[in-house]
Design a protein around this ligand. Structure first.
Ligand code: NAP
Length: 467
């Protein structure tokens, strides 16, 4: 369903009227038009800086120069010494930030690791405050830090938690220009995996992700090439006939995966169309059927990627909820995932397989009328956390994606007012597209997400619900 208000505010008359009445004018987001590029930031300027005790400057510079970025260094800031030392050890020449002119880099990237006190937090203010107004539309702010849970001393733990509040607020300030701000928390030893996360978050592949914190652990291995990284990999996507599932199939296929799409037998026609668009294969199957897991294993062979996307809503206030509405939602959205995975874990997965489960911000914030749905979507988050160690032992990973308001048949069926509120109450003032979820899923299914396991990534334009 298209967002008529967004289209209206991009017409000459609509723009003027919105400005006159003080109404929000949602930006038209700049989304990726192709697959992963080896040099996605070629010719784009990125300004870097760090804290006085910055620990990840080398990984930061390596990731950015690997992306082809034109690197500039903020002069006279407290992280000058560690960033310069990292550049020297990499044999890299950084340009000084041009002074006295309107320098407007695509991204501001700051290594905030090592910040261990309230006074040290000022380095963040000093780096970003004078420059944030010059961030162009569709620009990026990215902070690197250590996770609070890995810091036992009071000062560093407090400061690293403080960064989360900073990034959430900054994302709300810059969202109206289509710009995003995110925080990447890296475990000690996780530095080699920074490159993949930055390739995603600093580019148009992550246009609808803002105000989020993403954790990186120690990776088994990191990719040596980025484009077509899923080439030849066998990927199963449930609920692939339409909506988000069809977009996931398309994006996985874009990166080279051989897609097998599952959907209910009633959707066989739509599933066939969706699969023919991606050169994939359809499997008409209800995921709750008694033989669903067995058929997936016997008909699909060892899987490299599994995306549990099929999901339904059956909304009713709990006092009016008939038992079948509870049972249907619990079984499709959560029970079937666990049953299918138990069978896949026995002998249906290739080594290093990656799984992605679709949750929802409804599972984080809750919604009146959705006790059944939110139970399953919160359960999915817990399930990904619980299964992560087992997937890591197999050299793979499991993560969840929590979409916010996404323009699909599911949200088109909502009453007008909640639909309009769902769209507008976010940092980016609009709903996302199925392609936005597909990009996040493809990131988590590929080597770009090395080191990321057991996490839930919100793809919601920083929807204010549960933000
Ligand atoms: P959708 O347009 O309704 O598509 C879901 C697909 O899954 C449909 O083709 C559906 O088939 C299929 N499906 C349902 N039950 C199934 C079953 N038992 N076995 C096999 N396939 C089944 O939904 P969507 O908006 O793309 O949502 C996809 C996922 O994202 C869901 O898990 C949803 O909860 C989640 N999500 C969506 C939003 C949003 O704003 N759209 C927000 C948060 C989370 P039928 O049409 O025949 O039922």
């Amino acid at each position: 369903m298209s967002d008529h208000y967004l289209e209206f505010t991009h017409s000459a008359f609509g723009r003027q009227l919105a400005a006159l009445m003080g109404l929000p004018a949602p930006p038209r987001l700049r989304r990726a038009t192709g697959g992963y590029d080896d040099q996605p930031l070629a010719t784009r300027a990125v300004l870097v800086g760090g804290s006085e005790q910055a620990q990840m400057a080398e990984a930061m510079l390596g990731a950015l120069s690997g992306m082809g970025a034109d690197l500039y260094l903020a002069p006279d800031h407290c992280g000058l010494a560690p960033v310069k030392a990292a550049a020297a050890s990499r044999g890299e020449a950084l340009k000084g930030e041009p002074l006295g002119e309107r320098f407007s880099p695509h991204a501001l990237v700051f290594d905030a690791s090592g910040i261990d006190s309230v006074p040290a937090l000022r380095s963040l203010y000093e780096f970003l405050q004078p420059r944030i107004a010059r961030l162009p539309a569709h620009g990026r702010v990215l902070l690197l830090s250590r996770a609070p849970s890995s810091l036992s001393e009071v000062g560093p733990h407090t400061a690293s938690m403080a960064l989360r509040g900073f990034i959430r607020s900054l994302a709300k300030e810059i969202g109206r220009k289509g710009s995003t701000a995110n925080l990447v928390e890296v475990a000690t030893g996780g530095e080699p995996a920074v490159a993949g996360a930055l390739r995603f978050l600093l580019t148009e592949h992550a246009a609808f992700i803002t105000g989020q914190t993403l954790g990186i652990g120690v990776p088994d291995a990191v990719p040596t090439h980025w484009g077509q990284s899923l080439f030849g990999r066998r990927a199963l996507v449930t609920g692939a006939a339409r909506g988000i599932g069809a977009a996931i199939a398309q994006t996985l296929a874009r990166e080279g995966a051989q897609v097998i799409g599952v959907d209910r037998p009633q959707e066989e026609g739509a599933l066939g169309e969706s699969m023919s668009r991606v050169g994939g294969r359809g499997l008409a199957l209800d995921v709750t059927a008694a033989d669903a897991a067995e058929r997936i294993v016997s008909e699909c062979g060892p899987l490299d990627v599994v995306v549990h996307n099929a999901g339904v809503t059956r909304d009713k206030m709990l006092r009016n909820m008939a038992p079948h509405l509870w049972d249907t939602v619990l079984d499709i959205n959560l029970g079937a995932i666990i049953r299918i995975n138990e069978r896949l874990l026995a002998d249906g997965l290739a080594e290093g397989a990656r799984m992605v489960c679709i949750s929802s911000i409804g599972g984080i914030a809750g919604n009146a009328g959705q006790t059944n749905y939110a139970t399953t979507k919160a359960g999915v988050i817990g399930y990904a956390e619980a299964l992560a160690p087992e997937m890591a032992r197999r050299g793979g990973a499991i993560n969840a994606v929590a979409p916010g308001f996404i323009e699909t048949a599911m949200t088109a069926a909502m009453p007008v007012m909640p639909r309009e509120i769902g769209r507008r109450l976010s940092a980016l003032a609009q709903g996302g597209l199925p392609a936005d979820i597909a990009e996040a899923v493809t990131f988590l299914a590929s080597g770009l997400s090395a080191g990321i396991n057991g996490q839930t990534l919100r793809v919601c334009g920083q929807n204010f619900v549960g933000a």
